[in-house]
Design a protein around this ligand. Structure first.
Ligand code: ZN
Ligand code: ZN
Length: 376
């Protein structure tokens, strides 16, 4: 068989995927990245869109299975995660862009949800330090854990009664020690433990590096609300995913960080719906924060940024994506940007490879949940 034939077959195989993605029914190709939207909405929750959360999956050479990275775990996103029926044990690495509740508000659900459903090892959480200690990720996680003393005590008592889960994998150390401070919380039960890797928000930093699998995750400052918010990129095997978190366009002060958004295969960037585009069914505007645009990106700005960043495929998130708002958002983005674009909703999946990028809905049942190491 000629080389060309083989290549054509690979391409047709890639585009041969089912119209919808059925979780746990597709292998990942050796050079294929899968990105799943688990939260694309606003801090004010509703059923169709949880707060921010994206899952990135790539094949691991060393472990022989899929490596998974969670970017933000905003309020409500764990209900969306459950639909994937991925064991919590396999999603222990999470990267927080900033400490607004819509970006890490499901911490307890992520943490205890896993403990209750068979995760045997601790969590590893990366996030920015603050400009003062009290505003950093370590402090946030510490207080979240402290608030759960009663909950933790019940689990420790339960497990110490003899029903101890199997020993977990030791927590890994694929962080960058020169830039990252590690904080470890030590509970008797492995699965309750949380390692926090906190790093300087004010510069471009490699926060995670897995040399064996060629995975590099970087963070750099976002222009959002106050110091201590970051954006991330994940580079692997010639593919690049970037996630803005929340950020207004990078102004003069931040302009050198714009380079980090270049050369993306998939760029997930916020695109904030202006307050006057939120209508109720009678056409009245809602009370969404009218000043929020000072630290967010409007659809017009989003379009202009994508025109500059030139990703292979741009994903816009952080707005109510409804029949009465999406066309307006779309048209405003299109004033500047003509490239590939998804206006994100929850439970969309992007398969990214050199051959192409396809986006599909995820088919699932709302009763789905994850019942243990091997799912259910
Ligand atoms: Zn925010
Ligand atoms: Zn937000």
């Amino acid at each position: 068989m000629s080389e060309q034939n083989t290549q054509e077959e690979e391409i047709s195989e890639f585009y041969d995927k089912r119209i919808h993605y059925y979780p746990n029914t597709e292998d990942l190709g050796d050079a294929e990245m899968r990105v799943i939207a688990l939260g694309t909405g606003m801090p004010t929750l509703r059923e169709s869109q949880a707060s921010t959360c994206f899952l990135v999956e790539i094949p691991s050479v060393t472990a022989g299975e899929i490596e998974r990275f969670l970017f933000d775990f905003g309020t409500g996103s764990m209900t969306k995660f459950a639909a994937l029926q991925i064991p919590y044990e396999d999603v222990r690495k999470a990267f927080i862009t900033h400490l607004h509740s819509d970006h890490w508000g499901d911490f307890w659900a992520y943490w205890i949800g896993g403990v209750a459903q068979g995760r045997v090892s601790g969590l590893e959480v990366w996030g920015p330090a603050g400009d003062e200690e009290q505003y950093g990720t370590r402090e946030a996680v510490k207080h979240a854990l402290d608030a759960m003393k009663w909950d933790v005590a019940t689990r420790e008592e339960f497990y110490s009664s003899g029903k101890v889960p199997p020993a977990g994998q030791p927590l890994e150390s694929k962080f960058n020690p020169s830039h990252t401070t590690r904080e470890e919380y030590t509970f008797e039960i492995d699965s309750l433990n949380v390692n926090v890797y906190e790093s300087d928000y004010s510069k471009t930093i490699v926060v995670y590096e897995d040399k064996e699998n060629g995975i590099v995750i970087k963070s750099w400052p976002a222009n959002h609300a106050r110091p201590g918010a970051v954006s991330y990129s994940l580079e692997w095997n010639g593919l690049k995913f970037a996630f803005s978190g929340d950020t207004a366009p990078l102004t003069e002060e931040f302009s050198k960080f714009k380079l980090n958004f270049k050369d993306c295969d998939l760029l997930v960037h916020e695109c904030f719906t202006p307050a006057n585009a939120h209508f109720d069914s009678q056409g009245a505007t809602s009370q969404v924060g009218h000043n929020a645009h000072d630290f967010h990106t409007t659809p017009e700005d989003y379009g202009e940024l994508m025109r500059q960043y030139e990703p292979r495929h741009a994903v816009a998130y952080h707005f109510y994506n409804d029949f009465d708002t999406s066309l307006d958002t779309y048209n405003r983005v299109r004033e500047s940007y003509k490239g590939e674009l998804t206006l994100a909703k929850d439970h969309l999946v992007w398969n990214v490879s050199e051959e192409g990028i396809i986006v599909r809905n995820i088919a699932h049942h709302p009763d789905s949940w994850v019942g243990g190491k091997f799912g259910r």
